[in-house]
Ligand binder design. Structure first.
Ligand code: NAD
Length: 270
């Protein structure tokens, strides 16, 4: 059963990792997918090439695809991204706020430039894209779906990554606020909070067997997740099977948020 037949979807940061897997999964479900990719000077060629590869996979599935370059932290870029998608397709049904970055830095050494950039891409970017999507959904009537990619760190503290965890907690709040604000207009807003997933953002440990084993030792299910396992949850939340779900976060984390220290009864006497 194709659950997203004919739906038009925009995925930010859709050229790699979870965004890419979600783009392909949405095409499997029959959706037309617009992939936003970011083109900083250093990464330009890599992200464009990755985005083009993803588009050709979507085309082979018989779905519409388009590439839209832009920095989600820029209001001007976000307005242009939406204008390009709506200019080409006339309507958007689903937005996936997936783009994200992280910077490791002890808080006392963190520069405001680094802090502000993480907040700008992750939280301001999610707000800007959600705002444009809501404007469009309200203009055309009939509702729509906004999905956010946060992290278990929307609630779990992450020392050395204050900017990242703060941005993700902010997106969680944003999702819940928008869900409540626009529930009456048929707009559903939900969030997926992945645990440790093997993608480029985690190259530092994912490509090193010893470091990866260390990471996986913390995960109750004993392994890191695949991007496809996150994409499947996005597809469910985008579909009408989730028609009565709004304002929620689904943790997709192999049990990471289950307080694994409590696996053995150390906290109470017998
Ligand atoms: P990734 O690095 O492959 O994906 C991030 C994407 O965002 C990239 O395509 C990148 O080009 C894009 N991007 C960065 N800055 C941008 C900007 N200014 N404008 C537009 N796009 C921009 O890694 P990923 O793991 O696939 O990350 C995707 C999302 O999943 C992120 O929001 C990340 O925080 C979240 N997440 C990942 C994990 C994990 O373990 N991999 C866990 C929890 C949450």
């Amino acid at each position: 059963m194709k659950r997203l037949e004919g739906k038009n979807v925009l995925i930010t940061g859709g050229s790699t990792g979870i965004g890419r897997a979600t783009a392909i999964r949405f095409a499997d479900e029959g959706a037309n997918v617009a992939i936003n990719y970011h083109s900083s000077a250093r990464e330009a060629e890599i992200t464009l090439a990755e985005a083009q590869k993803t588009c050709s996979i979507i085309r082979e599935k018989g779905c519409g695809e388009m590439l839209v370059q832009g920095d989600v932290a820029s209001e001007e870029d976000v307005k242009r991204i939406f204008a390009e998608v709506l200019g080409a397709w006339g309507r958007l049904d689903i937005l996936v706020n997936n783009a994200g970055i992280q910077v490791k830095s002890p808080t006392h050494e963190t520069t405001m430039g680094a802090y502000d950039r993480v907040l700008a891409v992750n939280l301001r970017g999610a707000f800007l894209c959600a705002r444009e999507a809501v404007r469009h959904f309200l203009d055309r009537g009939g509702g729509g779906v906004i999905l956010n990619n946060t992290s278990i760190h929307e609630t779990v503290p992450k020392p050395y990554y204050a900017s990242y965890a703060v941005s993700k907690a902010g997106i969680r709040a944003l999702g819940r606020i928008l869900a409540l604000e626009y529930a009456g207009q048929g707009i559903r807003v939900n969030t997926v909070a992945p645990g440790a997933v093997v993608t480029p953002i985690n190259r530092e440990w994912a490509d090193d067997p010893a470091k990866r084993a260390l990471v996986e030792a913390h995960i109750p299910m004993g392994r890191a997740g695949d991007p496809e396992e996150i994409a499947g949850v996005f597809a469910f939340l985008a579909s009408d099977e989730a028609a009565y779900i709004t304002g929620q976060t689904i943790y997709v984390d192999g049990g990471l948020t289950l307080y694994a220290d409590f696996r053995t009864p150390w906290s109470s006497g017998s």
